[in-house]
Design a protein around this ligand. Structure first.
Ligand SMILES: C[S@@+](CC[C@H](N)C(=O)[O-])C[C@H]1O[C@@H](n2cnc3c(N)ncnc32)[C@H](O)[C@@H]1O
Length: 178
């Protein structure tokens, strides 16, 4: 194979992998404000030593607050390499490596059966996509707090509306129990 056909052969492969990455993307990066992170973890009553996962952990803020303030064993799942590095660096700097961890991977390819608590800030159609997987995997009693977008087909135990997060943005939180 000459150099030209080798390069030409790469182009469809690259665009295929980009298309797959786009299809796998369950939400763009849009962080939860720190004040709302606290409200989510309070609403879900996260306790010391409990195992929690943040599905699409962005810069790791929920994982870090869960481990630091709530003393939970917190795991984030994130497929953006830069965000994973940013979170991992901060976790190390804060000395939280024993209780906070970020998995560099796809939300749809993890095992959540050990979770006591999940935090979710994904788009409505993405909640529909992850719901069957969670229904199969989650143990009875797992609590889930969803930011802004509810899970259709599940009845929330509580709904909390925050009119202003201090920056003029309103938020709604939904608490579920499996
Ligand atoms: C709306 S942001 C929420 C970030 C964080 N949970 C928070 O509330 O601050 C959604 C995150 O999910 C990540 N994400 C989207 N689809 C994903 C997938 N299939 N696997 C892993 N991460 C994903 C995005 O890169 C982004 O960081």
């Amino acid at each position: 194979m000459n150099r030209r056909s080798f390069v030409a052969g790469l182009i469809p492969a690259l665009s295929f992998s980009q298309a797959k990455k786009d299809a796998d993307k369950l939400a763009p990066y849009y962080p939860t404000p720190e004040s709302i992170v606290i409200k989510m973890l309070e609403m879900v009553e996260l306790k010391k030593g409990e195992k929690m996962f943040d599905l699409g952990s962005g810069d790791g803020r929920i994982v870090i607050v869960a481990a630091r303030k709530f003393k939970a064993r917190a795991v984030g799942v994130e497929f953006d390499r830069d965000l994973v590095k940013q979170s991992a660096d901060r976790i190390e700097k804060l000395g939280l490596s024993k209780t906070a961890q970020i998995i560099h991977g796809d939300i749809m390819e993890q095992d959540y059966s050990s979770a006591d608590v999940l935090t979710v800030y994904l788009l409505p159609l993405s909640n529909d996509k992850v719901r069957p997987m969670l229904e199969k995997q989650l143990k009875k009693g797992t609590r889930i707090v969803a930011h802004d977008f509810e899970f259709s087909g599940w009845t929330p135990e509580k709904v909390q509306h925050i009119d202003d997060d201090g920056e003029g943005r309103s938020h709604t939180l939904y608490l579920y129990r499996r």
